[in-house]
Design a protein around this ligand. Structure first.
Ligand SMILES: NC(=O)c1ccc[n+]([C@@H]2O[C@H](COP(=O)([O-])OP(=O)(O)OC[C@H]3O[C@@H](n4cnc5c(N)ncnc54)[C@H](OP(=O)(O)O)[C@@H]3O)[C@@H](O)[C@H]2O)c1
Length: 210
């Protein structure tokens, strides 16, 4: 069965997955790179110099068995990208997705075929409709929900997420976009585990109960 998975979604102690304001110069706002320093230190990110411990073991699951990605408009670009017909995402000509990638947005445009197997398609659809489209494109493999916080929250609220890996980073952001707002009692529907890493982050996994 094809699963819907979240991986490496990094949040502050107070639950923010990004700071503010988001801009072309500061994609994570005042959070800067603090939410992802744990990942930059792994072999998953830095094949030559990275570590191969707990953080790497979690991080590399991001890429295994994935046939399509869904992301939100604010992950795809900074505020105003809709008005730039040449905007093709942050990631250059060969984005790191290598699968059909669906951008949820109210400002749709024709699909963009990139190098390396990534095709960006733009969907104005409910979470359930978007997931159905992504599952078809994934040819039996799993669908990764790539974030940001708003899209992950909406899919969890709609009961569409099977597995979530979040990384709680020991920083307090105080403001930004929170994952948890409006959600409650996820422990009723998910088995939740926490693993502390020597790097200082805590890996949280949410696995949907049968
Ligand atoms: N911490 C992490 O690990 C992590 C991971 C990924 C991303 N991020 C960061 O998170 C931030 C983005 O998160 P976010 O919560 O601001 O936004 P987001 O979840 O990326 O996108 C939300 C936007 O997507 C569009 N959208 C969402 N659902 C839709 C639907 N059903 N139909 C049509 N359009 C829909 C809407 O934009 P429009 O109405 O404008 O089209 C909405 O405002 C960025 O800073 C990104 O860098 C962090």
């Amino acid at each position: 069965m094809s699963l819907t998975r979240v991986h490496n979604l990094s949040i502050s102690l107070d639950g923010f997955a990004t700071g503010e304001p988001q801009s072309a110069e500061a994609p994570f706002g005042h959070a800067g790179e603090r939410l992802h320093e744990w990942m930059f230190a792994t072999r998953f990110w830095d094949a030559d110099g990275g570590t191969a411990g707990i953080d790497d073991a979690f991080a590399e699951r991001h890429s295994i068995g994935i046939g399509a990605e869904i992301m939100g408009a604010n992950k795809f670009g900074p505020p105003g990208w809709h008005d730039d017909p040449d905007w093709k995402g942050w990631w250059g000509p060969n984005p790191p997705f290598h699968t059909p990638t669906f951008v949820l947005t109210h400002h749709t445009r024709p699909p963009m075929e990139m190098e390396g197997g990534t095709t960006f398609s733009f969907l104005d659809a409910t979470p359930a409709e978007a997931l159905e489209t992504a599952k078809e494109a994934a040819s039996g493999q799993d669908v990764r929900l790539g974030g940001g916080a708003t899209v992950v929250r909406d899919f969890v609220a709609a009961g569409l997420v099977d597995h979530m890996h979040l990384v709680q980073v020991p920083v307090l952001l105080g403001r930004g976009v929170r994952v948890w707002d409006g959600l409650e009692a996820l422990e009723d529907t998910y088995a939740i585990e926490a693993v502390s890493s020597p790097s200082g982050v805590t890996h949280l996994t949410f696995t949907r109960k049968p």
